[in-house]
Design a protein around this ligand. Sequence first.
Ligand SMILES: Cc1ncc(COP(=O)(O)O)c(C=O)c1O
Length: 380
Amino acid sequence: MHVGPSIGNYDVLSAAVQPNIGFASPEFNSAMKSSLEGLRYITGAADSYTPFILPGSGTVAMESVMSFIPRNSRILVVSNGVFGDRWEAIMSRYPVAIKVLKAEAGKSVSLEDIDHEVSSRRYFAVAMTQVETSTGVKLDVESVAKTVRNKVDLIIVDGVASIGGENMQAARWGIDVVLTASQKALGAQAGAGLLVASRSAIEKLREESISGYFADLRNWSDLMNKFLAGGGGYFATPPIGTVFSIQKSMALIRSETIEARIKRHEICSQAFRAGISHMGLEILASEKLRSNTVTGVIVDGIDIPDFLQRCMKKGVEFGAGVHPAFRDRYFRVGHMGWVKPEHIITALNVIESSLEEIGKEVGHGSALAAEEVFSKHHEI
Ligand SMILES: Cc1ncc(COP(=O)(O)O)c(C=O)c1O
């Protein structure tokens, strides 16, 4: 139950293992088409949005948004942690001016601060992170979009740790760019960065580019439209196996429905946190900001790497803490992708017994606290 790659599904992961299928084959073209259409479906993007699947990872998708941004633009970054800060790290390589609003660990930048900032200066774009993987904090991107929509040209959301496990309505909420990665809540093989871009974002590709070569979406947009039309083509070698894995993931998401999938994530995350609270442990994210996909658990007075090793020996992998303010005091749990109640129960039992082994008394019964949540939800 790492924060990524997330909980796997045999059919989705094994779909990547094919005889050597070429990227010019009808099978690959068809896998790209259904994956691109699936991407629109899970992000709430209208047909007017162009979906992209790029070789690489979430970071490539992040960097590719520089294709939409003119030289000397001013960009507001809303950062709730390490991955929000990554926007700054990427954008500072380009000729743009960046202002970063930062939240304390476990908290979120407030709507008032965002509103104040976009009202006091002209910003071309606002970039934010829906679920901050370093803390598990969920940003209310719908409200942020509403607040800034009439004041900026481009609204960009990093949904790497949220798309497929949290609600996203790109078209309805007026978000121009939503991006993700194959290995997170999509639960597919690693190897691709994915994004959808509104018509207004795509129109900006007509202007002069400050982006580099590989991640310049000018090189990719016509190709994506060819896949959508049932054809194919080449700009750079695509992650062929990963695309077959994404295709399978999208097919399973469609049969489950995105609404039911998000509900499953919500119930599993609630059950997990009920178990953690039963142990008397603290959750890093403030109560109203907790996400469906990631939870940071604070445990003081133990050696976290040793604890994580013990959990690993019992067959469950969690993520180490990465937020500098809490680094040695917490670990991160990804409850996303193909998460089911049995994963939550196993995770809680493993946490409980590993803590007991190292002399941290947390009592028993956390799995029962989680079962109580599941017993109220028969839909999963
Ligand atoms: C919110 C968020 N954004 C961006 C990234 C970077 O994605 P990748 O590691 O796929 O490049 C991650 C990775 O964990 C993430 O969680």
